[in-house]
Design a protein around this ligand. Structure first.
Ligand SMILES: NC(=O)CC[C@H](N)C(=O)O
Length: 224
């Protein structure tokens, strides 16, 4: 059975939901504490949402220096699938596994809503279960979700097809080019602000679209 590690930093909030989503989608969740110095032999890693280290300095700026991140960066370099959700996306950018930065929402308030996204790249380890151009609904909840990158980086992301998800039906936070999530060129590291782990059960809704992320990584790992 595929083993997917979910890292808990001090201040992580959605680690339990991420582990539950992994389990509901048929893989074995493995809890990884942030000061671990190995990944316990997992096949993939999720950096979950929350407020690691209280969002002090900048979101993800301290978590980046947690001992486990040395292992995550090395494993990502070897091609291991890594998914950063919301605060996890912020940690991935701070760790330079993904380019750019997440800054305060343009309306200067926390935004919580069901968000429509368009799948722009369905070739990654975490998005291959979706159709290209598919519209999905995923919960969004953050205060610092506005994706920023310089013009050159943005042109590269667009030119190389590295935008994984784009907001549709209104940009909730001022992200450049309506970017909701990006991938690295290899397609194993993906970060997005909305929360797929909250969209895996009929009871809580608003969709089951989050399951696609976990099915994608299972399919990806079955191929390697
Ligand atoms: N839901 C989350 O992961 C929150 C992320 C981050 N701390 C923010 O508010 O922007």
């Amino acid at each position: 059975m595929t083993r997917i590690g979910v890292v808990t930093f001090p201040g992580s909030l959605d680690d339990q939901d991420a582990r539950r989503a992994v389990e509901l989608c048929g893989a074995e969740p493995v809890a990884l504490w942030h000061d671990a110095v190995d990944l316990g032999g997992v096949d993939a890693v999720i950096l979950p949402g929350g407020f690691s280290y209280g969002d002090y300095l900048r979101c993800g700026a301290i978590a980046r220096f947690s001992p486990i991140m040395t292992e995550v960066v090395a494993a990502a370099g070897r091609g291991m699938p890594v998914l950063g959700i919301c605060n996890g996306f912020q940690v991935l950018c701070e760790s330079h596994l993904l380019p750019g930065a997440l800054v305060r929402n343009d309306r200067l308030t926390f935004v919580c809503r069901d968000q429509k996204l368009r799948v722009e790249n369905n070739t990654t380890a975490w998005t291959n279960d979706f159709a290209a151009g598919q519209e999905i609904t995923i919960v969004l909840k953050n205060g610092e979700g506005s994706y920023m990158a310089d013009d050159e980086t943005l042109a590269r992301l667009e030119g190389e097809g590295l935008v994984a998800f784009r907001y549709v039906g209104g940009n909730p936070n001022g992200s450049r080019n309506d970017i909701a999530g990006i991938t690295n060129p290899r397609g194993n590291v993906v970060g997005l602000m909305p929360h797929p782990e909250h969209n895996v059960e009929e009871l809580t809704g608003p969709s089951l679209d989050g399951q696609g992320f976990f099915r994608s990584v299972e399919a990806f790992l079955a191929r390697v």
